[in-house]
Design a protein around this ligand. Structure first.
Ligand SMILES: *[C@@H]1O[C@H](CO)[C@@H](O)[C@H](O)[C@H]1NC(C)=O
Ligand SMILES: *[C@@H]1O[C@H](CO)[C@@H](O)[C@H](O)[C@H]1NC(C)=O
Ligand SMILES: *[C@@H]1O[C@H](CO)[C@@H](O)[C@H](O)[C@H]1NC(C)=O
Ligand SMILES: *[C@@H]1O[C@H](CO)[C@@H](O)[C@H](O)[C@H]1NC(C)=O
Length: 273
């Protein structure tokens, strides 16, 4: 399920300036010539503890409330309608590897997500439903297509009760989703097809980690059903906890990525070093 891009109501009143900035800079390279994207170009990791904070060079708070930290890790808390705590990297990776050790949020309709998302809406996802204690979902989208048949669920024992290792390995040849060290899904480039064209995620992507209430009664019925049913906020707070994040850019030493044309193909990406 593609996460809604609209910000929660509370954010609109608090961060009017930020929203204006996002609208101004948001640019789909399939339709426009866009500014280049900053590259990570290296590897980076953080293990969260009680004295941690988010390093602004690596994380921006996309939609609060701000994280709290404990010896367990970074907590992303949903307490009420509209909460959608999310962080995202200001930098992009072009192929690479993302490892997140996470305990998903419990709660019917609550989604814990780890998403790689590019400017032209290629997307690689892990999504864990708070009300489903035995399966986790993997998914992908190419250039913003909306084929929900790409979602596949895999068994996982109590993702809300203990920490699990969600690792994504992304190359020009295939995407691997590793759950607790086992490859559960492999998507070869040629198997990602939508309406006869490739829908393989292949453009520089930033990482977005957070939780949201797909079961919020204001969501469309299809979203609520997918999320596992309506969320009762009285059952909260719903807390997703991230212990550590490791990110490796598959293009080492890159400084920026830019789209050379409007094709959205990986061959069109210009790498500055
Ligand atoms: C995490 O980063 C530190 C500092 O750069 C590095 O020494 C360490 O090897 C990294 N650990 C992992 C698991 O990548
Ligand atoms: C969990 O997800 C699996 C796979 O989609 C589904 O078969 C099962 O019914 C779900 N369980 C609950 C409690 O939603
Ligand atoms: C997480 O899984 C990846 C992929 O299998 C593995 O390389 C990595 O060592 C695991 N991390 C931890 C902390 O076990
Ligand atoms: C949607 O995805 C499914 C499974 O990957 C595939 O069989 C189907 O052809 C796709 N739909 C379109 C319109 O390409």
């Amino acid at each position: 399920m593609r996460r809604p891009t609209t910000l929660p109501l509370w954010a609109i009143s608090v961060f009017v300036g930020q929203i204006a900035a996002q609208t101004f800079t948001s640019c789909n390279p399939l339709h426009k010539t866009c500014p280049s994207d900053p590259a990570l170009g290296t590897s980076w990791n953080q293990t969260f503890g009680a004295s941690s904070s988010l390093d602004s060079a690596y994380w921006t708070v996309d939609a609060g409330p701000a994280n709290t930290f404990s010896s367990d890790g970074a907590a992303f808390t949903i307490s009420q309608h509209g909460d959608s705590p999310t962080i995202q990297t200001p930098y992009y990776i072009f192929w690479g590897r993302v490892e997140v050790i996470m305990k998903a949020a419990a709660g019917q309709g609550i989604i814990s997500s780890i998403v790689l998302l590019s400017d032209d809406l290629d997307e690689i996802d892990w999504e864990i439903m708070g009300g489903n204690t035995s399966f986790v979902e993997t998914n992908y989208y190419g250039k913003g297509n909306t084929n929900e048949s790409n979602a596949i669920y895999y068994p996982c024992d109590g993702p809300q009760n203990s920490f699990h290792n969600y690792t994504t390995v992304w190359t020009s040849e295939q995407i691997e989703w590793h759950l607790d060290g086992n490859i559960v899904r492999t998507l070869p480039y040629g198997e990602a097809v939508f309406q006869g064209a490739t829908s393989y995620p292949q453009t520089p992507a930033y990482l977005k980690i957070g939780s949201w209430a797909g079961g919020d009664p204001t969501e469309p019925p299809g979203t609520i059903a997918w999320a596992g049913g309506p969320t009762n906020f009285d059952d909260g707070p719903f807390i997703m906890t991230v212990q550590s994040i490791t990110v490796t850019d598959g293009t080492q030493n890159a400084t920026t990525y830019s789209y050379g044309d409007h094709s959205g193909s990986w061959q069109s990406i210009n790498i500055a070093q």
